[in-house]
Design a protein around this ligand. Structure first.
Ligand code: NAP
Length: 204
């Protein structure tokens, strides 16, 4: 389960559980990006804060694990490096699924070794409600698109962007984000429009 997770929210958790059930996976590994290749440091919260939030959100599910692999690896977080490391650690025959947003997969041709990603992992794209599947097919072309599994959009259209915006203006994020993550955001003063000096932070 690859993502920036800035912050993790209930739709990510719903998707992970649905994918685990649907594909009968023994475990789901959440893989917060260390240095997303397409984002600057100024655009995202520190990797440590994002990692802790993912840990807090997933702690009550025995099938969910959180990896520091991309956080600790030097340089940009290329997905192909992660897939290859996971495959070599898990041994021959292990199948790796790479699950992320369909909007991200739409950009996959700009990533490092996109064809290797599609060949070496089963890529699962999660659309937002209203996502145009034709765009994905047109962008990837029929051969690559046929190898990408698209699952249904989660029932709630929750996004990290919207959560950050809500916190910045002091609007509640209750029911969008697990309570321990809300507490962490508040304590650390994350996403506040004044950078932590006086705004209300998330309300419950
Ligand atoms: P993003 O551009 O921040 O997100 C694009 C869309 O996908 C957003 O709507 C986002 O919603 C959604 N999304 C992200 N992760 C998701 C997940 N696990 N499940 C469902 N929806 C998800 O994309 P990103 O998070 O930075 O990157 C996504 C993945 O692609 C990461 O694993 C990243 O490392 C990888 N990536 C690799 C390369 C490369 O190898 N060169 C380049 C770019 C990205 P939310 O904001 O609500 O999550």
């Amino acid at each position: 389960m690859g993502g920036t997770f800035d912050p993790i929210h209930h739709a990510h958790l719903l998707i992970a559980e649905e994918i685990r059930r649907r594909f009968e996976l023994p475990r789901v590994i959440f893989m917060p990006s260390g240095k997303p290749p397409h984002k600057t440091d100024a655009e995202i919260t520190s990797a440590e804060d994002r990692y802790v939030m993912v840990q807090l959100a997933t702690a009550d599910n025995q099938h969910f694990y959180v990896s520091r692999m991309e956080i600790e690896r030097e340089g940009p977080s290329y997905t192909i490096d992660t897939i290859r490391t996971l495959r070599s650690r898990m041994g021959e025959g292990a199948e790796v699924y790479f699950v992320t947003g369909a909007d991200a997969i739409l950009e996959i041709l700009t990533w490092h070794e996109p064809d290797a990603i599609i060949e070496e992992a089963r890529v699962v794209a999660v659309p937002r409600p209203g996502f145009d599947l034709r765009e994905l097919k047109e962008t990837l072309g029929p051969r690559r698109a046929s190898k990408v599994t698209v699952i249904d959009a989660p029932p709630a259209d929750i996004s990290s962007t919207n959560i950050r915006e809500r916190v910045a203006i002091g609007t509640s994020i209750r029911y969008l984000v697990p309570p321990p993550v809300i507490d962490y955001i508040r304590k650390r003063g994350l996403y506040r429009s004044d950078n932590g000096s006086g705004s209300r932070g998330p309300t419950c």
